[in-house]
Design a protein. Sequence first.
Lengths: 505, 163
Amino acid sequence: MSTFEFLMQGLLVAAQPMNLFYALIGVTLGTAVGVLPGIGPALTVALLLPVTYQLDPAGSLIMFAGIYYGGMYGGSTTSILLNTPGESASIVTALEGNKMARAGRGGPALATAAIGSFVAGLIATIGLAFIAPFIVKLALVFGPREYFALMVLAFVTVSSAFGDSTLRGLTALFIGLALSTIGIDQLTGQTRLAFGVPDLLDGIEVTTLAVAMFAIGETLFIAAQGNKGPDKVEAVKGSVWMSATDWARSWKPWLRGTLIGFPIGAMPAGGAEIGTFLSYATEKRLTKHPEEFGHGAIEGVAGPEAANNASAAGTLVPLLTLGLPTTATAAIMLAGFQQFGLQPGPLLFATNPQLVWGLIASLLIANFMLLVLNLPLIGLWVRLLTIPKPWLYAGILLFATLGTIGANPSVFELGMLLAFGVLGYIMRVFGYPIAPVVVGLILGPMAEQQLRRALAISQGDFSVLFTSPIAAVLLTIAALALIVPLILRARGRGEVLSQMAANED
Amino acid sequence: MNQGPVKQAEERRPDWAALVIAAVLVALAVIIYMDASRLREMMGYSPVGPSTVPTFIAIVLVGLAIWTVFAAFRRDFPEREHQEIAPVAWIIGGLAAQMLLLETAGFSIATGVLFAATAAGFGKRKIWISLPIGIVLCLAVWLVFAGLLQLSLPAGPIERLFQ
């Protein structure tokens, strides 16, 4: 069957009334949570995971797709109306978008972000549908050593290629890897680092770690800043509709942003931020209104916002086809798959095509729903933004612990939540990135398994890791991604990299 | 911020907090190494057994600790903002209280306490207002999630009234 037929089949699955309903709940909840200041898509997905526990796999993943896209939309609203971006990928949107809102053009800024996200999401999701089968075919020739090399590459790009310090990125990654060895070894059944605690035999839950580090760590960090007075929410004055000039100035940035964002997200390179920065730089260079940049240029919102969403869809390419999460959000989505015993990868396309294509199709549907939902409901989202901090964070912790208790109502699990929350806080204070810990925790056991399989096949010959051309190329890129930033930083050129810092996802 | 900037330490003084981090990394490495050396090796054809990867992680952690020591002496760590202790203590206390109360007092009371403590950490110190709000809110959440979505949330005296 061709991709087109698969996609049509997927649309049939996604268009079942119950699944449409799940998608609608997903996008609404995702937007509502994503719009809250300080909550990025990674945390949105982690917080809302328990809502999906009781659904069947298809319904749950469809709701997940809605939550993911909804969280992305919500984040852009926050950064335009409030100058504290909820996600690092929205920093650029805040640059111009918040200026536009202050100048009374908040409506068009929100509109260009929403429509740009829609256009980018549409093109990128279709791109995902057409690229995925090719990568799946490619992945079928991958053996354990190629997978291992791919994971090493993901480790390097997530932890140390971007951000302001190789040392702190690698430290965060290895803390995640160390945590990932806790529990029963998958190949020999021996317990490691469990110290006789039965709760540790299954290892550490990715969602517990993610919720603790993002929600509790962030709450502690914000609380520790003391009272700085309330952030100012810009009121949306005038029409939310874009004028003809706005349209004329927006459509090219949307398309350029999509073209920049999608490939970057699709590569195992981690982070939607890079695409948004590149798109911003491109628009700044190509614009006919350079004087407006820095004071609220609509191109500076349209391009990066499209790039952001395109690369979010791009992240799903390695996740679905290779089972390789390259962002914290993707890592939590992988955990969502695993709760149903599903392992994304080439096999899933063969064994469960209905599920995979239903998911891809529901991304398209979620995208449409968001466009319809987002603009008319702006007033409601704005009201969510004005919740006073004490109640907001009290509520965030309520739902953060609810997720953990719902998954596993044990005192020990809550203790881990508290411990990792404190760890997340300390790491924030000292400038350590959080995402590598989460990615290390979920990818660590997979990388170890592939490594040990590869070496078992070669009867212990380590050179086998480098002798396959694909693996050799991947490992070389990984080595370059580790060494080049080190040299750049040593020569004092690190600012560019630290601007691309992947803090949240 | 209310406080003035923290007094800049002299250039030559090492960053003590970073040295503590290095020590913690070494301690972590030692724990991992001790645990790994306890494992029986069932190698078969492969030299890589269950202890290989943990041992590798332990070695890298020691390496990162040494690197951290260098960074501490060169003061490579970003300058830290002033941290208020009281709000952090409120929230950690709230989480600990929730953990201890959960089994006996049930979801609503335990999480209500967390809710009030977090609000207190952010400046709403009127517990007699925030605690009842928190408990009622948590009860509503309990009714939705335990009732409609059938999550197993621990029940206490309040929840039993609705069962």
